[in-house]
Design a protein around this ligand. Structure first.
Ligand code: ATR
Length: 291
């Protein structure tokens, strides 16, 4: 990294930001793509969001990512918001276009990119999503936007699933069902994708499905939890010979997508592969988990 008078600043804001892997992702890409930028983390409290926005404009910061707890609150300070981010109701990426700040949500697009990169189709597919929090909302909107055939939302609090169903019903031509029941063998076998967006399994050995269920189908299992790298849910899927997508893919791809928006470039497959290896190693050292 060669910081000089022309280096453009990018950053992550949130509270906290200390364990983020985003600087590793973006500084690797700046270096690899030979773009004169640097990425830092800033802990910003909610009452300072407006001052931060003023600083972005004053210092001509190229763009920034937004994490918990500011993904919704930041929206009122932006000049433009991408259509799907508006539907999701949250922004995790902002681009400074000559002083105009435009918000995007790359959580869902990064999630979907990982599916497409693996060669899977989304159009017309039957998808079960476990959970109904913020992550589910961005993922469900992007899947609907990609033409998914049916989305079934499973969440222990049915009211939260209903809110997301209402958003999908209003904005997309898609059939959506909701349930608070846990998934059965038949449910899984009838689904093309089974996605965990709950926090179950995060830094624990809990599994969001009954690990005693055994299935025989082509269902693709995608866990958005990435700490540990190989969750109990992924282990269960692999035991059942199901194809799997690990949570780290969503993390990396939301970063790649943000980088592509900021720098109007496309990250090729080889660079993405090398980035993935670097991040998986880094994550293993950082969290000393069971990668
Ligand atoms: P995020 O914004 O990262 O999606 P969130 O909004 O806190 O996080 O959502 C977490 C999801 O995990 C929620 O759907 C939550 O279920 P509730 O809506 O019923 O709270 C789900 N979740 C968390 N712990 C869970 C558990 N032990 N069992 C089942 N679902 C759980």
């Amino acid at each position: 990294m060669n910081i000089n008078a022309d280096t453009r600043l990018y950053c992550l804001i949130g509270d906290p930001v200390s364990n983020s892997l985003s600087p590793d992702i973006h500084n690797y890409l700046f270096d690899r793509e030979n773009i004169n930028g640097v990425y830092m983390c800033n802990r910003i409290e909610k009452e300072n969001l407006k001052r931060f926005i003023d600083a972005v404009k004053l210092m001509d910061i190229g763009g920034f990512n937004v994490t918990i707890p500011h993904k919704v609150d930041i929206m009122e300070f932006l000049d433009e918001i991408d259509e799907n981010a508006k539907i999701i109701g949250a922004v995790n990426t902002v681009k400074n276009i000559g002083g105009i700040l435009k918000g995007y949500n790359t959580d869902g697009t990064g999630f979907v990119k990982a599916i497409k990169d693996r060669g899977y189709e989304i159009k017309g597919k039957k998808i079960i999503i476990l959970g109904a929090g913020g992550a589910c909302r961005s993922i469900a909107v992007e899947l609907a936007s990609e033409g998914a055939g049916h989305i079934e939302l499973r969440n222990r609090s049915i009211e939260k699933a209903q809110i997301i169903k209402d958003i999908l019903d209003v904005n997309f031509e898609i059939s959506v069902s909701i349930s608070s029941e846990s998934v059965s063998k038949e449910d899984i076998e009838n689904a093309d994708f089974l996605i965990n967006t709950t926090s179950v399994g995060m830094e624990s050995d809990d599994c969001p499905v009954d690990a005693g269920i055994s299935v025989s189908s082509d269902t693709v299992v995608y866990d958005i939890v990435y700490k540990p790298h190989c969750t109990e849910f992924i282990k269960w899927a692999e035991k059942n010979s199901l194809d799997t997508i690990y949570g780290i893919e969503m993390l990396i791809n939301q970063g790649i997508t943000a980088f592509e928006i900021w720098n109007e470039c496309i990250i090729d497959k080889e660079t993405a592969k090398e980035l993935r290896e670097m991040i998986v190693n880094k994550s293993r050292n950082k969290y000393k988990n069971n990668i």
